[in-house]
Design a binder for this molecule. Structure first.
Ligand SMILES: Nc1ncnc2c1ncn2[C@@H]1O[C@H](COP(=O)(O)OP(=O)(O)OP(=O)(O)O)[C@@H](O)[C@H]1O
Length: 259
């Protein structure tokens, strides 16, 4: 079953067609990569799926029959879709644990009155949330820093905290925007393994945008390549590596960088 279906998606900014009739499907429990040269439109696709942008044309169907365009940006998490950002978006003066717990905000049980009176069920709920966050920190290998502020943490750790916050929402689909950016090769290797473990242990589907080809080729089972907002190839990592159109798109990028 396709957990995400992007059908004929287009969006323009002024005269620029950032996404051009793009279609792709992501099977349940897949790790799916969306790649392409700088400015190809990858983050724009994520922004359309997660409702930051409203496309000019096309459909985005989640979990078989949920039309995501009927949801507002802060409601998509309730249907099981969550994303991380290219530039880490965290509350830097708050602690690591507080940042992770914020992810649970949409799923908290207990009404305003119960919370205001701090009734036993609210205390029990807080304990449950705290234990869940600490369990996620254990899983991510960042236990022990829960009471430190996020500011001052290494960039690679901040990326993990952002993933932890996303996991708190029990997503069915996780969108990772450049999870390896700013990581060294050892951290990227560990992240590749972690992405697979997240899929397996949390039983979810992952779509990632990434420039680091070692992560893309080792973590993803299927890859969609876009350039100038349009799909130029789709297939397994081996098929994508051998695809002449893909090599050309990336070589074009190198040539313009050299100029
Ligand atoms: N809000 C916006 N207003 C105007 N143009 C935009 C907007 N968002 C994206 N674009 C343009 O759309 C195109 C695609 O941008 P996008 O950020 O999606 O590319 P990308 O593939 O994610 O790039 P990179 O790999 O460099 O992050 C670019 O030309 C960008 O300048």
């Amino acid at each position: 079953m396709a957990v995400l279906k992007v059908d004929n998606l287009s969006i323009s900014f002024g005269g620029l067609k950032a996404i051009d009739s793009l279609s792709f499907e992501v099977e349940e429990k897949a790790i799916y990569g969306l790649i392409g040269p700088n400015g190809a439109g990858k983050t724009t696709v994520f922004n359309c799926i997660s409702r930051f942008y409203t496309p000019d044309e096309g459909d985005i169907i989640f979990n078989n029959d949920i039309d995501l365009q009927k949801y507002r940006v802060h409601d998509v998490v309730k249907v099981g879709l969550v994303r991380t950002f290219q530039n880490v978006e965290l509350f830097k003066s708050m602690t690591v644990l507080e940042n992770i717990i914020i992810g649970q905000h949409s799923n908290t049980k207990g009404g305003i009155l119960a919370q205001g009176l701090y009734l036993p069920k609210v205390r029990k709920e807080e304990k449950r949330i705290r234990e869940k966050a600490l369990g996620i920190m254990d899983f991510l290998g960042i236990r022990g820093i829960e009471h430190y502020p996020v500011a001052g943490q290494p960039y690679g750790v901040m990326k993990l905290i952002e993933i932890g916050r996303a996991l708190m929402t029990d997503p069915k689909l996780l969108l990772l925007d450049e999870p390896a950016a700013g990581m060294n090769s050892k951290e990227t290797e560990a992240l590749t393994d972690l992405i697979r473990r997240i899929r397996d242990e949390y039983d979810m589907t992952i779509v990632l945008v990434e420039h680091d080809m070692s992560l893309v080729m080792n973590a993803c089972e299927r890859i969609c390549v876009i350039n100038f907002g349009a799909k130029i190839a789709e297939g397994t990592p081996a098929e994508i590596q051998d695809h002449p159109g893909v090599q050309e798109a990336y070589l074009g990028e190198e040539a313009s960088a050299d100029a």
